[in-house]
Design a protein around this ligand. Sequence first.
Ligand code: MG
Length: 292
Amino acid sequence: MYFLTYLYKGQENYGILNKEKDRVIPLGGIFKGKTLNDFICTFNDSMLENIHGLMKSSNLNSIPLTEVKLLAPIPYPKRSLFCLGKNYLDHAKEVVGLPGADDNIPKFPIYFSKIGNPAIGHLDMIKNHREITEMIDYEVELAVILGKDGINIREEDAEEYIFGYTIVNDISARNLQRKHNQWFKGKSLETFCPMGPYIVHKSQIPFPVELNIKCSVNGEIRQDSNTKNMIFNIPHIISDLSKGMELKAGDIIITGTPSGVGLGFSPFKFLNSKDKVECHIEKIGTLTNFIE
Ligand code: MG
């Protein structure tokens, strides 16, 4: 099941793709909740059956996918995104020795947060912020969307707390990251949180999550890995992060990026005006954005 938030005839709504993935079945009005985020917070297994029923029904008011404008599936997250730093070994190694980098391979998860409110959607433009940076970088990441509140979650119970998965491009202004000696500001500029195109329900993704993950710039593949290469896997992250801290339904955890970021090349390969960035994760889709 592929959940989406979209604009159709000027109205924002959320829905689900049909089986052929060429039409949108609107869900707003059928279920409680004005947004996909509200829907996720009230979601339960009986609703899952209703949705299966809706997808089979032939007389639906569905809309061709080509007629809607995709928005970020959660355009206004209630809290900042929880982010993992250096969570793929090859990426942790590629930044060793770079100015401002801490050269240690993490022994414990590195957490930071990123403002993703508003998040931008598929095909939206990333602002270049030229007055403050010329070092804009991409980072394809698997995003985990939580579906249930929880504190002190055990690793073996982690999947129960997940609603589904999407893609986030953790856009970063590297000079700001260095200047401020932490990552929050350089990753939280306006339009720096492309998300989507869909949230895929966890029932579609076998656990543990082992998905090919890629990023290309103007068709040139820069990042190419698999989510099984994370240093700290999803159950560990959810369990560790929730120790003494309640996680909430609708929270978004972005799980780190593999090697091949612009900062990892010599000379650097940062993003330029008009560049097309495509983030792809198997079974989820492709999130495409353009640089202003
Ligand atoms: Mg990142």
